[in-house]
Design a protein around this ligand. Structure first.
Ligand code: THU
Length: 144
């Protein structure tokens, strides 16, 4: 684990927790928060944003990536924390859905990092590299 991540690990998890409180999830009732840690120490957060046309809902990780990209970030992604639960009560650890794995991969690939994903539960944190969650990913290099 990088020194920066070791130093910022608890702040990253706390940021995901804080982000979860901004979730808009009236349809599923499942509130999710995500936080991204960058090489310069910055943390960018997101929460799920659901839609009355259910399938158009945006996941917390996707929102966080879009906010980071909009702020001009291109790569430098070191770690991701994600947590969630019904009514905002964090339960079992959750990992990013398939679409979010692909979206995280885009941001990571731009900077050549393989971020550590912290899947945060009420009693445990499971840690795995994005490349383990999304092996043999399709990315920007495939279109170069
Ligand atoms: N959700 C996320 O925000 N991230 C994930 O990785 C999994 C699912 C959201 C989508 C939807 O708003 C709610 O959780 C229930 O699926």
């Amino acid at each position: 684990m990088s020194e920066l991540l070791a130093d910022r690990r608890e702040a990253l998890i706390a940021a995901a927790r804080g982000a979860m409180d901004t979730a808009y999830a009236p349809y599923s009732g499942f509130h999710v928060g995500a936080a991204l840690l960058f090489e310069d120490g910055a943390i960018v957060t997101g929460a799920n944003f659901e839609n009355a046309s259910y399938g158009l809902s945006l996941c917390a990780e996707t929102v966080a990536c879009a906010i980071a990209a909009h702020a001009g970030r291109r790569g430098g992604l070191l770690a991701v924390a994600v947590l969630g639960g019904i009514g905002g009560h964090v339960g079992a650890a959750i990992s990013p859905c398939g679409r979010c794995r692909q979206i995280l991969n885009e941001l990571a690939a731009l900077g050549g990092t393989d971020p550590l994903v912290l899947c945060v539960g009420d009693h445990e944190v499971a840690e795995m590299r994005l490349s383990v969650l999304l092996p043999n990913a399709f990315g920007p290099a495939n279109l170069a």
